[in-house]
Design a protein around this ligand. Sequence first.
Ligand code: SF4
Length: 420
Amino acid sequence: MMPRRKTRQVTVGDDRVGRIAIGGDARVSVQSMTAGFTYDIDACVAEINKLAAAGADVVRVAVPQRRDTEALKEILPRVSVPIVADVHFHFQRALEAIEAGVHKIRLNPGNLNDRNEVGEVIDACKERGLPIRVGVNEGSIIERKDMQKRKQELGKFFSDQKHGHLLAIMIAKLEEYLDIFHAKDFHDIVISAKSIDPQLVIAAYTEISKRFDYPLHLGVTHAGPKETGCIRSVVPLGHLLASGIGDTIRISYANDPVYEVEDGIEMLTILGLRERKGAELIACPACGRIQVDLFTLTQQVRKKLAEEIVLPIKVAVMGCVVNGPGEAEGADVAIFAGNQCGIIYVQGERVANVPEDEILDALLDECKKFQARVERGEAKLGDKVVDIVPPDPLGELGSGFDKIARGEVEQVTPLTMGDE
Ligand code: SF4
């Protein structure tokens, strides 16, 4: 992991819902967006609260119509996270949303008619101390109204080196947009530069991070269904975050946005940018050695852990004892399946051997007992780990550790920024 890039910081929220800092030394925040109609007030409130309960730090809502911004007045007092109004085409919606008390505006200046409209929104935000996210999404930077021009631009893009032309347009447009904000001495800005193409996302944010010190909102636009959108999103976002780039994220799926929040938080946790809340489950992929229904068991364990375990206990579900102990290294609680049975270990100590149909309950019971011991100060997470010698010795090849101990492995120096 590279050190986080230093940026300015903006703050979203108020006394009632709390304030989320974006950029600077603030932790990377997770955002999502409601999928329902904002004017459907009860449903919108329920969706926002569901996303907040899942861990969203900030929630965005679309306000395409007057009735949406009208609804905001009733929605805002009933939610507990900062709300961003997503504005396209109609600058009046931004002004109405600001008047209603929204906490941030998402604006794509390219979608507004002229600088004056953008200027009015900037003035209103400045007066209330609200930040603005300035977006230069790939889809909206190409002139929509002039199809001939659009074709020409895209033609150049495709005949040019990968993304070169499109990237140049994105940067040029962003500079043009920022000039409007700078002319009004407005700097409470977050920048986004989304694309459906992960490589362009990486290239665009990397380039923008070199040129501007505003915090960056990372995302892949219209990433698709969760099943494939996850890979499409996490690969570029993970790459950027590991490179120290990115201050707030939104993963977007054509699915319930709660998944966006869950996957965003998991990505940040895995990258070490968040402390884990709740249990961490590792599980083997199963193979021809398996003698229990491991896939069903793993899903059942995952659900139960999410419901009943609050501490970051590391739990391993392993299909057998051949590679299981090595792969479960570091687990506080582990189950190794055998012939339609399961052997349970808690911090290296064998505590149970149960038939297959009792594994789930027995494992959960041990997790809860271990959690209680940790809470009473009688045990420590990650203190003692599963340490079992596999029944099948490693043989004459030995393990990698043997080689290291014999000094036969060359010292590996991690690459640092600037190394090729
Ligand atoms: S733990 Fe056992 S069953 Fe699971 S993948 Fe490894 S060898 Fe196969």
